[in-house]
Design a protein around this ligand. Sequence first.
Ligand code: SIN
Ligand code: MN
Length: 281
Amino acid sequence: MPDDFAQPLSAADVSEYERNGLLLREKDILTEGEIQNLLAVIPEVLDTRGPEVVLERDGETVRSVYGVHRTFPAVRDLVVHPKLIGAVRQILGGDIYVHQSKINIKAAFSGDQWEWHQDYINWLRADGIPRPSLINVAIFLDEATEFNGPLMFIPGSQRMGLLPGADRAGMPASYEDAPSWVDTLTADEKFKVDRDTIRTLAEKDGLFSAKGGAGSALFFHSNILHASLPNISPFDRKVLILVYNLVDNAPGDVDTPRPDFLAERSPVALVPRNGEEVTHE
Ligand code: SIN
Ligand code: MN
């Protein structure tokens, strides 16, 4: 039997991840208390002001808050949760650190889309990360349903490597005066994956919609094609995303390094904390 903390995934889970580029675990990664600890931080997250906050095109609604594992103790503790570290190590097979973290709000009525994209192209170009061995761990902070813009994927597309496409010229509309690093964080993706390629892959392998209750953990590959629709439902669809990377796949030299709330440039191997729940006042 695998150790529940150090090896929370079965061999079948790991093969599913390798085949599909994603794995959804709805119940058994976080406890109810751990989920409540995270949810308790949300009002403070929404009050954050500063460069780590990206707004929607309306200039008002918070779209994302970056670097949350550096700012909020509840997220910092989650990063070293033994089951998360155990699962990511089972998949990546080495020492890991968190390269980036964010909470995407996808607010009721006004949370905007995420166009089809692969994450790795940004981590390669902006941070000089040599290989696509990064993994997103998305922790659902609300129930994700068919109504509130759940993440959708083309299973297996990560095996195609970086797909063809072209760059949008200039900054996205409504963000003309934003700092250059905002370019890849808006509803209008910088690198547009070729639509015929998306259609061909989706016709062959179908789409997967990642629905599940608050506390679900979704692991997905940095090269899997994914997107999500705008949220016109009356329910938020908040998600915390931790991006783990191998320490030996650290960022290389780039002309303009991104701020540290977007990219960790001095990785230190994470050590899992014990499996006890941490309480936050
Ligand atoms: C989303 O929150 O719907 C998209 C997140 C991502 O592309 O990483
Ligand atoms: Mn993405």
